[in-house]
Design a protein around this ligand. Structure first.
Ligand SMILES: [Zn+2]
Length: 70
């Protein structure tokens, strides 16, 4: 399944969806199909469930959560 390949390619990187699709020579999926998302602070991709909502309603990773001191 190509979406999984894209997710694996993006995890822990700051690549854009467009970049990874070009790299893997795949069509761009809808962002809603992905089970991963980018941290609003550092831009690194993580599994959805690992991101937490900060006080402004942005989803951030645990590393940034520590920095912000939530
Ligand atoms: Zn982050």
């Amino acid at each position: 399944m190509s979406v999984e390949k894209i997710e694996r390619g993006l995890l822990k990187t700051r690549k854009t969806l467009k970049e990874i699709c070009r790299e893997l020579d795949l069509d761009m999926p809808d962002k809603e199909e992905l089970l991963i998302d980018q941290c609003a602070h550092c831009g690194v991709w993580h599994k959805n469930y690992k991101l937490v909502e900060d006080l402004d309603g942005n989803y951030i990773c645990s590393y940034c959560e520590d920095l912000v001191g939530l």
